[in-house]
Design a protein around this ligand. Structure first.
Ligand SMILES: [Zn+2]
Length: 84
């Protein structure tokens, strides 16, 4: 399974958050690393879509599509802030 980066889920994030989020800054709840969503490590079939911290590999975000609804788990993120 190949790892992608956060740009691979730009469209998904747009659908879930209703905004362009790849430039948003996330903070890992495990190690405290911060960086743009575009730089997370993304697996598209994990199952669902999983974004992991590039620093510690902790799971930051999980997206699972059930019927036409996304179930989103952001517990791995301490913060997620859109850039101005
Ligand atoms: Zn981390």
């Amino acid at each position: 399974m190949d790892a992608l980066d956060g740009n691979a889920i730009g469209g998904l994030l747009q659908e879930v958050f209703g905004a362009e989020m790849t430039a948003a800054t996330g903070t890992c709840a495990n190690c405290g690393a911060t960086g743009p969503v575009a730089e997370t490590v993304v697996y598209l079939r994990a199952p669902g879509t999983v974004a992991r911290c590039r620093n510690c590999s902790s799971v930051l975000m999980v997206f699972v599509k059930v019927r036409d609804m996304y179930c989103v788990d952001l517990r791995g993120l301490a913060t997620l802030a859109s850039s101005p």
